[in-house]
Design a protein around this ligand. Structure first.
Ligand code: NAD
Length: 358
């Protein structure tokens, strides 16, 4: 049984076990002829399976997608498209593969069908981050937003448990910052709460039973809700710190989000306690940051930057880069407060909230 949603951003969204095998029907309904299927090299087999189910509607698989969407990989995929005459792309994977599909769409206007296999949420945004000569730039444009998203619980079931937990926390981070976003509106706050609720319900089940398809579907619903929040409103301190850590020290994406989240929320909760209160109400805890801290412990997620190889020597540089072009944030961002936040995250200490000057 499949479930469909017409998203507030205009995307066609479908959920269902085995829905990855309905790509050709979706293409038919949209008047599309042939698609190039995209994946990372680690998910080539998964992508081959989808391509096979598409029969003559697939021109083959390009499995060169890589983290941070290098422009040279996009150029290779574009050559493939030109030679094959494909008139759309099908991305099978996480944010890295979705990124490649978006990069192609930006350059060609080709429609995209995405089959997400993580909870990162990129499929629900019109944001593209890409890398050229080692420099990552981000842009937002309506043409980047994928047209159709098919969420198949069976495909995400192979996501290893540790990555499932950190990817789920990455999704929660979008909703947590959506709750206090400058442009927040009621329907976004509702979606943010729904996303956190779905993750709170599904992730603990998946920790012990990763193949549980009901919990996979619940968490994919959460990924959609949280990803849509990410696409609709601006993110703040938490995302800025994660982008800085990722870009400066090349840290893994979802693990970084998982570690920083309780600390970034601790920093902001003294300023906007009412807006963040739903987090504690949903996850259970005295404060939103404590609730997130205990939830990540329950999930067995990494909780210290030391585990990712960061050292105390790196912290000053991270503070400097975070302060340059700082994103809007509900609380002033200051050097002292940032230092406390990052040192706690480095050591894996519990988050500390303080109203002291930052
Ligand atoms: P990812 O796509 O890099 O995947 C991580 C690894 O897990 C890859 O090797 C992948 O092949 C593998 N994998 C993914 N799903 C799997 C599955 N079901 N089974 C087995 N292996 C699987 O990671 P991600 O966290 O989804 O995405 C991170 C990237 O996406 C970052 O570059 C980030 O900047 C970007 N991103 C962009 C946006 C946006 O709106 N533009 C939003 C979120 C993330």
């Amino acid at each position: 049984m499949s479930k469909s949603i017409q998203s507030i951003n205009g995307q066609k969204i479908r959920f269902g076990v085995g829905i990855r095998n309905q790509v050709s029907q979706e293409m038919e309904a949209s008047g599309l002829g042939k698609a190039l299927v995209l994946s990372t090299k680690f998910q080539a087999e998964m992508a081959e399976g989808v391509a096979k189910s598409m029969g003559a509607k697939s021109v083959g698989v390009f499995s060169g997608a890589r983290m941070h969407t290098p422009v040279e990989v996009t150029a290779q995929a574009m050559d493939n498209i030109a030679a094959s005459g494909a008139d759309c792309v099908v991305a099978v994977g996480g944010g890295s593969t979705t990124g490649l599909g978006k990069a192609i769409a930006l350059r060609t206007d080709l429609p995209q069908i995405v089959i997400p296999t993580t909870y990162a949420g990129s499929e629900a945004t019109s944001i593209l981050g890409q890398t050229e000569n080692g420099v990552k730039t981000t842009r937002k444009a309506p043409g980047i937003l994928p047209e159709i998203v098919l969420y198949d619980p069976e495909l995400v079931a192979s996501l290893p448990v540790p990555l499932t937990m950190t990817s789920g926390l990455n999704a929660i981070a979008h909703s947590a910052e959506g709750l206090y976003a400058k442009e927040r509106r009621d329907e976004i706050s509702r979606l943010a709460r729904e996303g956190i609720r779905a993750m709170a319900k599904g992730l603990p089940i998946l920790k012990g039973d990763p193949g549980n398809l009901k919990a996979r579907e619940e968490t994919l619903y959460g990924a959609w809700a949280c990803g849509t929040v990410l696409g609709e409103v601006g993110m703040a301190l938490h995302h800025k710190i994660c982008h800085t850590l990722g870009g400066t020290l090349n840290l893994p994406h979802s693990e970084t989000h998982a570690i920083i989240l309780p600390h970034a929320i601790a920093y902001n909760e003294v300023e906007v306690p009412d807006l963040l209160a739903p987090i504690a109400a949903i996850l259970g805890g005295d404060t939103p940051s404590q609730a997130l801290w205990h939830f990540s412990q329950k999930l067995g997620a990494p909780r210290s930057l030391l585990e990712l190889g960061v050292t105390e020597k790196d912290i000053d540089r991270i503070i400097e880069v975070t302060l340059v072009n700082a994103y809007w944030n509900p609380r002033e961002i200051g050097r002292k407060g940032l230092s406390v936040l990052l040192m706690n995250a480095l050591a894996g200490n519990p988050p500390s909230s303080s109203k002291e000057a930052v």
